[in-house]
Design a protein around this ligand. Structure first.
Ligand code: RAM
Length: 521
């Protein structure tokens, strides 16, 4: 699958003042020099791979590498940064260029996989692999790309029979705009909880660059669905609230036709909104602004950006039918989750109600009673519409689309939209777990919403059980940072048809620290 919902006759609308405000908040990246900790061998383990200790890092100095020689370096933890190293020749004077391949992997699988067999639907260029010719030695090499990795492999395609290579001075200058010193340590000694918090924060840290990126390996972009969850986690951890503010101003300053907030923004080669439009993602501008004000009480920003939020509501209301239910479409128009075959209508309706409620709260904060009343009216109509057209009393579920699909995503989002009171929501979630409809959740993003729904419905034990059962299993599988996609029963799962393109440090997966700090202490 790939996201294909391009807006028609796309044109970017620029609000210079907003973009300038965002640029004034451009963060300075903190740098840290990191060296490899040890040399490892990548070995198969079940359906996956693991890294096993092979030698201390110092052994590199005594390891001449000739044709087909290889060495894998372990930097000890996930890094996002710029790599440099030195190649020296040993033996006879080099009579041919060296030809080497470098691979960078967030997980051991990426080192083991054969990239020439890649058959995914998204660009092969995301695979972190380089081929270099080196003509003269010693060669000090600084790679221009930024990599996201823990493991780095050097494979010698060829030297010549007369000389070998020595690899040395390997360094990574790791970068992030998150300052770990800003995080309050957790008041617990539970090692499992501490580890989950630590990996969650590392995921956040490595995604926090000049904006909140979705993943430092891929897509390295500012996606608003990811931003919403990153911001929530940030408020209880790194507290880099100016980075959230910068992202809000970027989204509001670079909109699509009719002032629609785009699904994502590019930073390079210039600041630019993408031509992808997603119903839920545009509405999340409302949520991001609501949550930002709740965390910061920055009234000036609320005031200035509220019209952008209001515009997203207006645009979404245009998608309602005569019963005040969002019209279903068979195009790729709303995200929700990567679950194959998921119908989006019910989830979209619930997100609209969720956003309307937050918009109403913001209107009240701003003292705009007229707006608040208008939103209240729309909340009433869309809630009634949902109860009449989507809710099935006999089945005890919200149905979606013309086929009346029952999915986890639809129920979870209706719980979050608060259409029913808390006890009834708790009953709905228990019914969902008991019935286990086959259209399940596949991303940590959707799991996040399920766990949030459990906590909000007064089911903390169940929430913690699922947190452990999902993120806890990722940890058991060796995660240093949490993944874009994780299916404990199918390690090869990928929304892109090939796991090599998956991102293994992904923003929307970094929320356990939010749950732990908000609900579990
Ligand atoms: C993918 C990325 C991103 C997400 C979108 C919908 O391209 O993983 O994080 O927000 O999908």
């Amino acid at each position: 699958m790939a996201i294909t919902n391009k807006i028609e006759n796309f044109q970017m609308q620029v609000n210079e003042a907003f973009v300038n405000k965002a640029e004034a908040l451009r963060p300075k990246l903190l740098e840290k020099k990191v060296e490899p900790q040890r040399l490892v061998k990548i070995l198969p383990q079940g359906e996956d791979y693991r890294a096993e200790y092979a030698a201390p890092a110092e052994a590199l100095g005594t390891m001449p590498l000739g044709r087909e020689g290889r060495v894998c370096l372990d930097f000890g933890d996930h890094q996002v940064g710029y790599v440099s190293f030195r190649l020296t020749a040993t033996g006879s004077p080099p009579d041919a260029p060296a030809w080497v391949r470098l691979k960078f992997g967030e997980i051991p699988y990426e080192i083991a996989a054969d990239s020439s067999a890649y058959h995914g639907s998204i660009a092969k260029g995301w695979i972190q692999e380089e081929f270099l010719h080196v003509d003269s030695f010693p060669a000090a090499i600084s790679l221009p790309r930024r990599y996201a990795f823990r493991y780095m492999e050097l494979y010698v395609m060829d030297t010549s029979p007369k000389y070998q290579l020595l690899l040395g001075d390997v360094r990574c200058v790791s970068v992030s705009s998150a300052d770990p010193a800003a995080v309050t340590p957790l008041p617990t000694t539970d090692p499992a909880l501490l580890r989950m918090d630590q990996v969650s924060l590392k995921t956040m840290q490595d995604c926090m660059q000049l904006v909140f990126e979705d993943g430092p390996k891929r897509d390295r972009r500012l996606w608003i669905g990811d931003l919403r969850l990153q911001a929530l986690t940030n408020y209880v951890s790194f507290r880099n609230n100016d980075l959230v503010k910068r992202c809000l101003y970027l989204f509001a300053g670079l909109t699509q036709n009719e002032g629609r907030v785009g699904a994502c923004l590019f930073l390079e080669p210039k600041l630019q909104v993408d031509d992808t439009s997603l119903f839920d993602y545009s509405l999340f501008f409302v949520s991001c602004l609501h949550d930002y004000y709740e965390a910061t009480h920055d009234a000036a920003t609320l005031q200035e950006l509220f019209p952008t939020a209001d515009r997203q509501i207006e645009l979404s209301l245009q998608e309602l039918d005569d019963s005040y239910v969002v019209k279903d479409k068979n195009t790729w128009w709303c995200f929700l989750d990567w679950a194959e075959g998921l119908n989006k209508q019910a989830g979209a309706q619930a997100i609209l109600i969720y956003a309307l409620k937050q918009a109403k709260v913001m209107a009240k904060w701003l003292g705009d009673e007229r707006k608040a009343a208008a939103y209240a009216d729309w909340i009433e109509r869309t809630t009634q519409g949902a109860l009449e057209k989507l809710w099935d009393e006999g089945k005890g579920f919200f149905l979606s689309g013309s086929e009346g699909q029952i999915s986890w995503a639809s129920q979870v989002w209706f719980v979050l939209a608060g259409v029913f009171p808390r006890e009834r929501n708790a009953a709905l979630l228990k019914h969902l777990i008991a019935e286990n409809p086959p259209l399940s959740m596949v991303t940590p993003y959707m799991y996040h919403h399920f766990i949030e729904a459990l906590f909000q419905s007064g089911l903390p034990e169940l929430a913690q059980k699922y947190l452990q059962g999902y993120w806890g299993r990722m940890l058991e599988d060796g995660a240093d940072t949490f993944y874009e996609l994780y299916d404990p029963e199918n390690k090869a799962a990928s929304p892109y048809g090939d796991r090599l393109a998956n991102s293994f440090c992904h923003a929307w997966s970094g929320t356990p620290a939010y749950f732990i700090r908000k609900y579990m202490q």
